[in-house]
Design a protein around this ligand. Sequence first.
Ligand SMILES: [Fe+2]
Ligand SMILES: [Fe+2]
Length: 162
Amino acid sequence: MPNHRHIDSRAAGRQLLTGHRELRAQLSSLRAALTGLDGAGGVAAVRAAGADPSLAEQLRTRCLEYCLGLHHHHTMEDGAFGIFEERIPEIAPVIERLREEHRQVAAGLDRLRKLLDSDDGQDVTWLREELERTVSGIEDHFVYEETYLLPALGVTASDRPS
Ligand SMILES: [Fe+2]
Ligand SMILES: [Fe+2]
């Protein structure tokens, strides 16, 4: 087991970017899957989800997977933040803001997971709105991390995954 104090900051920063890319793709695909449940064409999709428990179950599962992925991403970051702070004390205020945002996201994820657990599994028409509420600040959080944390870790524009 490698000593985590020996982690390479730049590699950790690149891993963070890869995580953001994956989470953005996952959220965008989940939104697309849920879009049929409201707005134009929504009625047919709602009927389809109501009539087809496997479709409703798929959407629930995908939503839970996204929540879990985001939770793991933030847990990994929280584990590294203390090390970054020791190495680069001047970014302490940035890290403190990020930690607080992680706490807020964690509370939202808990709430959404509880809603999914207590739902009867048939009607998922509420899911899109609740998902949007849960992730409302997540893009700003990613951008803040990429703008203020990554340069301090030595990650440059050329490190960005295409
Ligand atoms: Fe984060
Ligand atoms: Fe992140």
